[in-house]
Design a protein around this ligand. Structure first.
Ligand SMILES: C[S@@+](CC[C@H](N)C(=O)[O-])C[C@H]1O[C@@H](n2cnc3c(N)ncnc32)[C@H](O)[C@@H]1O
Length: 281
């Protein structure tokens, strides 16, 4: 690397507050670490793909796209069976950072409590009995009335990966209100979704993930896949999530379209990063 390029990279990294070489090394270390806990394949209910590879990939997105820092106080809404938590153990600082994961599925939370928290006491997991027709059909808490058991403004980074892809629009709106309440000034939400824009509706191109032939439901904004139960995969009208984030009082920092629609991208689902700013209302 020439001196000029090295200088430029160092300057860019200071602004971004991460070191690209370190992120690459970290992702690789997470991907190949045989000692990180990994659930039994039969107990993984959070989607296909290699558990450790998806986790390593997202650790990179959280740092590069989201601005996650080792001292961040993280809340992972819909943490499943620790796919994001396990790689985060290798990045979040044991003294200054913290992680809370919540999910309605008791099996996932129990696994994380047994396999992660004993070695990483700043990682805690809670089962919250939120009803969901597929994940927790007997749940007692209505997602529309949900108030998460945390004080306001106590998180710097909130994760919702592959969660609003399973929620109806009213519940997304309710969650975003909670996210706004919980984020500290400058804190960020990292959320993935399926945005059904023109390119995603383009059936002719044949490049889109063939499993996701979304059809608009009613007047919108939700799109479902006819061959699947409605909440197995939910897409939203382009603009719905942007407006919902803004109405909740969050400023969109990044909207990055994913390659599920057949266009090139370094992530599959669409990704939003949104920030709580004290002056954003
Ligand atoms: C596809 S999985 C993704 C899990 C995790 N975020 C990941 O990326 O590995 C969807 C998760 O959302 C959780 N979930 C479903 N309804 C929820 C709700 N109302 N609130 C929070 N989590 C929910 C499910 O239990 C499941 O763990």
């Amino acid at each position: 690397m020439t001196e000029v390029i090295a200088l430029k990279q160092a300057r860019a990294e200071r602004q971004l507050s991460y070191n690209e070489d370190h992120v690459r090394w970290l992702m690789d270390a997470v991907l190949h670490n045989q000692f990180l806990p990994r659930p039994d394949p039969d107990s993984i209910f959070v989607g296909d793909g290699d558990f450790q590879a998806v986790g390593s990939e997202f650790l990179g997105h959280f740092i590069r796209m989201g601005g996650l820092r080792p001292d961040s106080r993280v809340l992972d809404i819909g943490c499943g069976i620790g796919r994001m938590a396990v790689p985060l153990t290798q990045y979040i600082d044991g003294k200054t950072g913290s992680y809370c994961g919540i999910d309605p599925v008791a099996g996932g939370i129990n696994w994380c409590q047994r396999m992660v928290s004993p070695a990483y006491p700043n990682f805690e997991f809670r089962q919250i009995d939120i009803a969901h027709s597929l994940y927790n059909p007997k749940g007692e808490i209505n997602g529309l009335e949900l108030e998460l058991p945390y004080d306001s403004r106590q998180f710097d980074f909130i994760i919702m990966t592959s969660v609003v892809t399973h929620l109806p629009d009213e519940e997304v709106t309710a969650y975003l209100r909670e996210v706004e309440r919980l984020l500290a000034p400058g804190g960020r939400l990292f959320m993935t979704a399926f945005v059904v824009d023109k390119s995603a509706q383009d059936n002719a191109s044949n490049k889109r993930d063939a499993r996701l032939g979304f059809q608009r439901y009613d007047e919108g904004p939700c799109w479902f896949v006819p061959e699947m139960p409605p909440l197995a995969a939910v897409g939203f009208d382009d603009g719905f999530l942007d407006n919902a984030l803004t109405r909740a009082g969050l400023s969109i920092v990044t909207k990055s379209l994913g390659h599920w629609r057949g266009l090139p991208a370094d992530h599959y689902q669409d990704a939003f990063v949104a920030e709580y700013r004290e002056d954003s209302r």
